[in-house]
Design a binder for this molecule. Sequence first.
Ligand SMILES: *Cc1c(COP(=O)(O)O)cnc(C)c1O
Length: 386
Amino acid sequence: MKNITTNQQQILPSPSYVCEESLLLNNLKLLKKVQEEADVSILLALKGFSLKSSFDLCRQYLKGCCASGLNEALLAYEEFKGEVHTYSPAFKPNEFSKIAEISNHIVFNSFAQLNLYKDDVKSHNSLGLRINPEYSSVEVDLYNPCGVYSRLGITKEQFLKGLEEYPNNLELISGFHFHALCEQNFDVLEAVFTKFEENFGEYFKDLKWLNFGGGHHITRKDYDVAGLIAFLKGIRAKYPHLKIYLEPGEAVGWKTGYLESTVLDIVHNGIDIAILDASAECHMPDTLAMPYKAEIRGASQDPSEKAYSYRFGGNTCLAGDIIGDYSFDKPLKVGDKIIFEDMIHYTMVKTTTFNGVNLPSIVIKRCNGSYEIVTNFGYNDFKSRI
Ligand SMILES: *Cc1c(COP(=O)(O)O)cnc(C)c1O
């Protein structure tokens, strides 16, 4: 059952992730506006959003992809077909030559990695180093690339050591990369850049590009888009020889769709507990990892606000597979649809088939209103994993 198109939302498989093309398009248009007005290049970070059935659309707005290893680089190269920028905390020896073949930019996380692979790079590769700007502003440790003892990026101290240890390697480098933000506004980028420029600005004259990573929440309503554009224009004016790249993932998939699930049973143990065919552990991993409480369409996140309150849990045997407590105006019944908002970025990419639970189907709601079921998962997907 592939690529079935229907106009009826009620016949979609349950559970399904439904990505709404019109919402994705709004995000892409805004990103393209930044790209054009500020004269920078914006890449899609596949880590956060890699829905390949949307790449025909994304490609019309963004320059390419940022990949974190061989598989993402292949997906970028074969399916997106724009520029491929590959960074990995450490490249694997058996994968590097393929990565070099299909990547435009390769960003190394240490001088040692650069030194290890410098003879295996291809003439079309533009090489970069990931810098740790040592400006830490992300409050959730799990998502803080500049936290204490972070392995991601080279600190100033290690950079100076690297120059001593590998005296000729900096000549191979065309760009610096940093990724220091998570869900943040432009004022944080400005602060990070100030620190970065202070510590590494003396090397900019020999570079061709800078990459400011992801974490720019450009498509969130309160993001200061005009501020970002003015800031980037300022950098372009100050360093006209440097191309600037941004590589957001979340901002591309932000609020572009939902996860639709079904109530399978309602049990009672002190409270009413609804068991869904969607699972926090398997299908909404960040609700447990971050953690956060997802929004449900038509429900209150406050379990005591409305008359009927329920705890939602998944149909795995994991006791902690709990999505949260919510309240509704009317009692729920078996078969009711439960819609979790904003379940596209960092969800499909992180799902598991733990406990044999199938992954949700993937559906695109096209701009013309039709629903296209692009992927269904079953026993073979579960079986082939291990
Ligand atoms: C995660 C990541 C991104 C994308 O971050 P978002 O928060 O999704 O915008 C970009 N670049 C690198 C190196 C990353 O690790």
